[in-house]
Design a protein around this ligand. Sequence first.
Ligand SMILES: [Zn+2]
Length: 498
Amino acid sequence: MIEKLRNIVEKFNQEISKEYYLQGAGLKDDIKFDEIYKKYPEIKDKENINILKQAISKNEDNPEESRKLTLFLENIYNEVISSELSSLSEELLLKEASGKIEINGKDAYFRSSMIEMINQEDRNIRESIRKKRNEFIDDNLNPIHVKIHNQEKELIEKLEYKNLIDMFQSLSGINLYTLNDSMQNFLKMSEDMYVDILSYYAKNKLNLKISELKKHDLLYILRGKEFDKFFPQQDLLPEMSKFVSKMGIDISAGNNIKFDLDIREKKSPRAFCSPVKIPSEVYLVIYPRGGENDYTSFLHELGHALHFANINNDLGFEYKWYGDNSVTEGYAMSLDHLTMNPIWMEKILGVNFKESKDYYIHRNFFELMMLRRYAGKLDYEIKLAEADSLKGMDEVYSEVLSDASKVHYSGTNYLEDVDGYFYVARYLRAWMFQANLHKCLRNKFNEDWFANPNAGKFLTDLWGLGQKFSAEELLEMNNCPSLSVNPVFDDINNALSN
Ligand SMILES: [Zn+2]
């Protein structure tokens, strides 16, 4: 019974992943999640929850099997909820993808208006695009978001959990309140440092005080076009291939990874990695535009791709597909953070540290802003899940996010800016995992571990374990410092005070 269910869910995951890849790569227009759900009616059968619960209690004295089944159960819960909400999610996606707003008398796609807004030099035009975007979200997207939020809440209660926090904590074993405490402490610790540097950029780039800043100003400050010269566009794949080969790593993991760097009109502007068959068919898709962001995003997705493509084939279905996503996000971040590492930049891209100090300040400012934003997001998402109704939650969102990032956030995105099933917690834990793992790699293999085949072997062995172990367990098994935000703070503090 369980084996049969594993086979069905694995085939379903493969089809969803392939659909996601084809649509995101711009090779296919529509996205037919509903059709795939229809092909696999077993997926949303609530009875699966009982079957798995019974199997877990039968396997109490078999920790290996019950560990797998618990991961399976967590994802079956999420499948049951997603399938109930799939028509609304499709409606939302369609509205978002086809929606248009008017900019300077011309129609523009809602999705691309974001890039237009960030690139706009004139602050008044930026502000008018922001207003048009918010009107579109309020009129077209928020009504669907509200329906999704309320239905999800109802479903969670029907499944006998108090709320999403209760469900997430019981199934994942991650305590959101402890994580939130340490992140709120991080906000306090980093406040002065952040305000100093934000004031500096506001004054120098926009001649504004920080009390006048809006979110689009922050995005504008963070563009960093002046550093594009360090990152030659045409060399991305060969350079990164040369880099990982210094660790003895094959960038395609024996052709398991297929790279798609072509320019295609309908390709998603966001890079992504799609594991269709693990480990043998993994896609890495990026729309290169030139500049630092290409390298950082490529390295992030490469971290995911190398992880999936190096997973031990006979590890078992649950450890390949499920588990603590802080781990795969942590591997992704351990590669993307290399563009913040002066030794890597010098050795791999030939960028001299002394001649590029502005770049590191910019990069660390970006890092600190993102961490503070995510700390705010976690606090808000906990409040959202605790709330009985949505009344006033847009104001809570605006308050919490504005306070964390010190720029004004409007309330409009209070449902749009929420990651499903507390993914925000996985990201924050990945940040910690990454900083701890880097510390560990430096201790074991020196500062230039990224050019050392022994470090390559160490990483490949870790990747082979899929997500069998949580971020905490992996650090403990390898005698690394335990999961905490301190090394994240130290890294930024060192970089910004030098
Ligand atoms: Zn990622």
